[in-house]
Design a protein around this ligand. Structure first.
Ligand code: GDP
Length: 366
């Protein structure tokens, strides 16, 4: 059938993304919805699917469009002021009311952006690095969590040298678990490079699982022992941001009592503490990725953040121009630029039609 259809002039097979492209050009989908659809197709976990679906349904685009509409109205008012104020034919307080609206808009944008990159982390997967001294059970932990022997486990120190990565779905959240070389003073060149990579992986990770051997922990207050452990490992990370795994609990006769919320006693041998570790991990993942909703659509790509930051910068620039009593015509250009960058988010760069629309509704002359 396809070959028969192919004989008809002007008929050709659809290219990848052709239907979506047409939907975009026909105005049925905006750019964020298109991105949402692409994310939905490549989503691997439930939380990713939920976020992508919300974006595809247009919730993020709707928010940006509302902001664009507000900006268009503000611009129309400013331009009207430029054109008509001298004839005193325009209502009072136009510029002041624009200023108020822009302040509210800037606040909304700022709070939308102060999201600790939750949407982006959820979209690309949470990077979790397992770090600690050699032989404490890092590879065993990776294998236990991944439920398969992904990394080699031996009693010989310094087995893991390169990073061993495993992708997994933890309670609906995408996780990239990374086993690293044991941290110690090494003389071997290969091991040195492994340690360098391990430290870099810890610094870059969204979450660090710091593994220590419970039986080797010195008998000093826990906080102090762990701070010393971080130093011995040569890690400059905050203890509070890590989940600390005190492994090999099967080898200590007396269980440590009253551990802080982020410190878990586990045994990869007996399985003790693993379910508790999973539930603490799940809580951290929930706060790292957030819970995308219709009411609070999240930024999911660096592209969104870049345009929003530029837009906000132009809004501030407008404010600064007014304060410096610059020509309003020049200040208004800052607003136009702000709108242009918002438009790039949704793919609607042309604003002339919208301006016409608002102008036609605008009350000029009393
Ligand atoms: P890594 O070097 O930190 O990655 O540690 P490995 O996972 O390779 O484990 C080092 C050794 O400790 C191996 O012989 C493991 O079998 C052993 N091991 C790991 N976890 C436990 C545990 O919870 N209890 C006991 N008794 N041994 C463990």
């Amino acid at each position: 059938m396809l070959s028969a259809v192919g004989q008809i002039p002007d008929c050709f097979p659809a290219q990848p993304g052709d239907f979506t492209k047409r939907a975009f050009y026909a105005g049925k989908m905006d750019l964020t919805a298109v991105e949402g659809l692409a994310d939905l197709l490549s989503a691997e976990t439930e939380a990713q699917r939920k976020q992508a679906l919300l974006q595809m349904e247009g919730h993020l685009g709707k928010l940006y469009n509302e902001w664009a509409q507000t900006l268009v109205k503000c611009m129309a008012h400013v331009e009207a002021y430029i054109d008509f104020s001298e004839d005193d034919n325009i209502e009072d307080g136009v510029l002041e009311s624009v200023e108020k609206k822009l302040k509210v808009l800037a606040e909304e944008m700022k709070s939308h952006m102060s999201d600790e990159r939750r949407g982006e982390i959820l979209r690309s997967g949470v990077q979790v690095s397992i770090v600690g001294e050699p032989n404490v059970g890092k590879s065993s932990l990776l294998n236990t969590l991944a439920q398969r022997p992904a990394a080699i486990v031996t009693s010989q120190a310094g087995t893991t040298r390169d990073l061993v990565r495993v992708s997994m779905d933890l309670g609906g959240f995408p996780v990239q678990l990374c086993d690293t070389a044991g941290l110690r003073e090494a003389s071997d060149e290969v091991e040195k490079e492994g340690i360098h990579r391990a430290k870099a992986a810890a610094a870059k990770a969204d979450l660090v699982l710091l593994v220590a051997s419970a039986p080797l922990l010195p008998k000093v207050p826990l906080e102090q022992a762990l701070q010393n452990y971080l130093k011995t490992c040569g890690l400059s990370i905050n203890l509070k941001d890590c989940i600390v795994v005190l492994n090999k609990s099967d080898l200590i006769p007396d269980k440590i009592q009253e551990l802080p919320e982020n410190v878990i006693l586990t045994s990869c041998e007996s399985g003790e503490g693993i379910s508790q570790l999973l539930s603490v991990l799940q809580n951290r993942l929930t706060s790292l990725c957030g819970d995308p909703s219709r009411e609070c659509p999240t930024i999911t790509q660096a592209r969104h953040r870049t345009y929003l930051e530029t837009c906000l910068e132009y809004l501030h620039e407008y404010q600064r121009s007014l304060e410096a009593e610059q020509d309003l015509v020049i200040a208004a250009e800052q607003l136009r630029q702000a709108l242009r960058h918002l438009g790039m988010l949704t793919g609607k760069v042309s604003t002339e039609q919208l301006l016409d629309l608002v102008f036609s509704e605008f009350c000029i002359g009393k």
